[in-house]
Design a binder for this molecule. Structure first.
Ligand SMILES: [Ca+2]
Ligand SMILES: [Ca+2]
Length: 388
């Protein structure tokens, strides 16, 4: 537990209680297409003083937890971070010897049907296949590493002008028989990525796992492939930090630990209808104001770390809801946002980012809100913060 910052809190809180809080509209962030943006200092100016009331609440929560009164609280499942570590399989196909790409095997009888081809423009080399009318004309890469029990992802770029002609496949033998996973090219005549994931059984026979890329016997026209890769799934579980994102515990009109501009409390209310039967936060849009709930995160052990924020959200309009993580860096407000597609379904909205070491630790906030000019209500539940 990090030490409580009473001196930093009490003074602004006292100021906030004496002065009428500056209740101007909470501005939203300007965003670029990547969903990240920098806003001016106006965000801080408009929400700063009154928000410290929420700060006091955060500290109350911290004290309660220390005192052991948080018993019976549901432990939120950890957020996972999935990455794919690539296994070397010489999938770039740039080096050829005796008519075969390095590291790959091509049956001698396909010698006239498999060729190195220069891709137009890029200058790199791909593999070209010509159907022979009776065989699977293909190149094979044997995977000697034991990948039993792993989740893998196979990707290949391909160009073909017939559906189901060009394919990339993963095959193996295990106690359960032969395993086979594949993806075919759409046949649209363009370069596209063929990709699939497979969970491998725990008992793959040694040296039976292989990737095959080629054309089926039924195909009629030439096809090409390149950039074949094999990724191993790595899933890391986050250390979870409680942000009171269940919206089941309210203090008056405000979810405990969160700040809502008092003028907008009617727009951010407790509601039922969460998939797990619990309470949630209902956001009602306004024509000309952002309506949002803000959670300040008072920790300095997040700086320099990868953090992920998720929220379970139901929205009817695209781009109406936003989940944001904001912090100050060098005097500028940094904003990372993600939106809900407006599918009318509960969906997990997730953002990932790395907080810079130089960021102001006390400026980190999670925001859930609805943009101005929208009409339909938004339900939000289960806001979670994980650090990796
Ligand atoms: Ca290549
Ligand atoms: Ca809830």
């Amino acid at each position: 537990m990090k030490p409580l910052r009473f001196p930093a809190v009490i003074l602004p809180l006292a100021v906030a209680l004496v002065l009428v809080p500056l209740l101007s509209c909470t501005p939203g962030a300007r965003e670029d297409s990547e969903g990240t943006a920098t806003t001016g200092a106006s965000v801080e100016a408009s929400t700063g003083s009154s928000e410290n009331q929420a700060t006091a609440q955060v500290l109350t929560d911290a004290e309660k937890t220390t005192a052991g009164t948080a018993e019976g609280k549901k432990e939120a499942p950890a957020i996972e971070y999935v990455s794919w570590s690539l296994t070397r399989i010489d999938g770039d196909l740039e080096t050829w010897k005796d008519g075969v790409p390095k590291g790959w095997f091509v049956n001698k009888k396909f010698k006239d049907f498999v060729k190195a081809v220069k891709k137009s423009g890029s200058g790199s080399t791909a593999i070209g296949f010509e159907p022979n009318g009776q065989d699977f004309v293909m190149a094979v890469r044997r995977i000697s590493r034991d990948l039993s029990g792993q989740t893998v992802r196979v990707k290949a770029r391909g160009k073909a002008s017939e559906p189901n002609a060009l394919f990339v496949a993963l095959v193996y033998e295990s106690a359960g028989g032969e395993g086979f996973h594949s993806r075919s090219h759409s046949g649209n005549g363009q370069w596209e990525t063929m990709e699939f994931e497979a969970i491998l059984p725990p008992d793959i026979e040694p040296n039976t796992l292989m990737i095959r890329v080629g054309v089926r016997p039924t195909s009629k026209s030439k096809a090409q492939a390149d950039d074949i890769d094999l990724g191993l799934k790595q899933a890391r579980k986050a250390h979870m930090i409680d942000v009171g994102g269940g919206f089941d515990d309210w203090l008056g009109n405000v979810p405990r630990g969160w700040y809502v501009n008092p003028l907008l409390e009617l727009q951010a209310k407790r509601a039922e209808g969460s998939p797990d039967g619990s309470s949630c936060l209902r956001l009602m849009p306004l024509p000309d104001r952002y309506v949002e709930a803000i959670r300040r995160i008072y920790r300095d052990d997040l700086l320099g770390r990868h953090v992920a924020v998720t929220a379970n959200v139901k929205a009817e309009e695209a781009d109406a809801f936003y989940l944001a993580l904001t912090y100050r860096l060098g005097g500028n407000e940094q904003v990372i946002t993600r939106t809900h597609p407006g599918s009318k379904e509960w969906e997990t909205v997730r953002l990932d980012t790395t907080l810079p070491r130089e960021a102001d630790a006390e400026s980190v906030r999670i925001k859930v809100g609805v943009r101005p000019g929208k009409t339909a209500q938004i339900l939000v539940d289960d806001v979670r913060l994980g650090v990796f």
